[in-house]
Every structure is written in structure tokens, then in C-alpha cells.
Ligand binder design. Structure first.
Ligand code: ZN
Ligand code: ZN
Length: 250
């Protein structure tokens, strides 16, 4: 078995170290490169078999990959190394949205350090229909969907709405499970984080951070599409209005 291909999440972590190193190559003899190797080997992405491959996420392989990331910058002068498409995309993302990408890398590191990310099973919304992850990567998508599926959180949000006399309906399309399905649907609604985990960081969720959505709108908010796996209810409403207008014009 050879080392598995690099994933977005791993390149994200390497590139954040490269950025913090002023876009200089990570060297095999440097201790931080060995620390990063240990971190990458511990990620819940490739299964246990990969860890038996001697070269798997070694300091040397990370050093080479950091060179790939650097030379795939559009403004890099000098001979390019062979990095591949994903490497180029990660570099571009860091050049265009450095602050956001650094936050995403930090969130993954926090989730690994606390042990939380190791406990979460793979989630259905991590990759698109072609197996491509969103820009925020698989681990943060996994974490975000898992967190908002917390039954306790949902229960508290529903109790709050009842206290305030607010209907349990979708904040995008106004679908109401109880009205549609009668007693079977009564009290059912899904909750969605208004702030994406990769931007907010893994802080405690407040009830104001949550919005009610029906199952369809919720799925569309998390569909991996156009490089993103997360949308606000307002963004989805805008998509819906655009679609209605396009239909009307046709
Ligand atoms: Zn809806
Ligand atoms: Zn959601």
C-alpha cells in the first residue's frame, strides 16, 4: 500500500503553517514539521491501515508538499514542482481568503487537540455527489453537521419558540410539519447554525445562533455545491427567489 492521496483538510493544515512561515518551505529538520506530521497522522481521515505505511505523512513528505503549495502560487517565479489540482486550489484559497482559511485550519487543530473531532462518525454531507469536499474540508463539515444535530440543543430551541409563541416553521419556505402531516408532524422541525463553524470557531452554541428549517431547505443549506457546504437561511431564500424569477421569465 502506498500513502493515500492528500486531502483538502491536510493541505489546509500544511498551507496554514506555510503562510505563518511567510510562504517559506517547511524543512524536514525543523521540529514544527515533525509536530505537524504527528498531527496529520492522527487525523480521522484515512483509516488505520495508512498509518502502517512508513512514508505516510512523514516530515519529508510534508516538506515536499509545502514546496508544491508555494510553487503553485500564481505569482511564483521559478520552476514549479508537481502539485496537482487540489494543491493549486488550496493555494489559491489561501491567497484569496487568507484570514478565513487560517481560521478554518485553527478550528481543525482545536477539534483534534480537544479530542472532539475523533469521536464524530462520518456524516452524509461531507462531500458532493462526485466525492469532492467543500472548501472548508471534510472535518469541519462533519463537525458542524454533527453539532447541530444535538437533540438537547434542538429541544431547547423548540422550548424557547413555544415560550415566545413562535410557530415551528421553516424560516426559508414557511413549511410547517404539523400543518402538513397532522399529529405525526406536530413538534418536528430541524435546526441550523446561522454561523459556519469554520468561521465562528468551535465556541458554545447560543440559541440565537440557530434557525428553524424544514428537511428540504436544511439539505439545500448543506449541499456541497460551488465549493461550499454551508449557507445561511437568507442566502438560501435568495437562491429560491432567483429560481422563481428565472422560472417566471422563461
Ligand atoms: Zn423550507
Ligand atoms: Zn444545518
Amino acid at each position: 500500500m502506498r500513502s493515500p492521496d492528500w486531502t483538502w483538510d491536510e493541505l489546509l493544515l500544511i498551507c496554514s503553517r506555510v503562510v505563518n512561515n511567510d510562504w517559506a518551505q517547511l524543512r524536514t529538520y525543523q521540529q514544527p514539521t515533525h509536530d505537524l506530521a504527528e498531527l496529520l497522522r492522527s487525523l480521522p481521515l484515512h483509516g488505520d491501515a495508512a498509518r502502517d505505511v512508513p512514508e505516510f505523512r512523514s516530515a519529508a513528505s510534508i516538506s515536499r508538499k509545502s514546496a508544491d503549495l508555494i510553487t503553485s502560487r500564481h505569482d511564483y517565479v521559478g520552476p514549479a514542482t508537481r502539485g496537482g489540482r487540489l494543491t493549486k486550489l488550496v493555494t489559491e484559497a489561501f491567497v484569496e481568503r487568507e484570514a478565513e482559511m487560517l481560521l478554518a485550519a485553527q478550528a481543525i487543530e482545536d477539534g483534534i487537540a480537544s479530542g472532539e473531532l475523533h469521536l464524530i462518525p462520518e456524516q452524509p454531507d461531507e462531500v458532493d455527489e462526485n466525492g469532492v469536499p467543500a472548501a472548508e474540508g471534510r472535518l469541519l463539515t462533519r463537525w458542524a453537521t454533527f453539532r447541530e444535530r444535538s437533540p438537547a440543543l434542538r429541544k431547547r430551541k423548540i422550548a424557547q419558540a413555544r415560550r415566545l409563541g413562535q410557530p415551528l416553521q421553516c424560516s426559508v419556505c414557511a413549511f410547517h410539519f404539523g400543518e402538513r402531516y397532522g399529529r405525526l408532524g406536530e413538534g418536528y422541525i430541524e435546526v441550523h447554525h446561522v454561523h459556519p463553524l469554520h468561521l465562528s470557531g468551535p465556541r458554545e452554541t447560543k440559541l440565537e445562533d440557530l434557525a428553524f428549517l424544514c428537511a428540504n431547505c436544511h439539505r439545500m443549506c448543506h449541499r456541497v455545491h460551488g465549493g461550499a457546504s454551508w449557507r445561511t437561511p437568507a442566502a438560501l431564500r435568495a437562491e429560491l427567489e432567483n429560481a422563481v424569477q428565472r422560472d417566471g421569465a422563461a
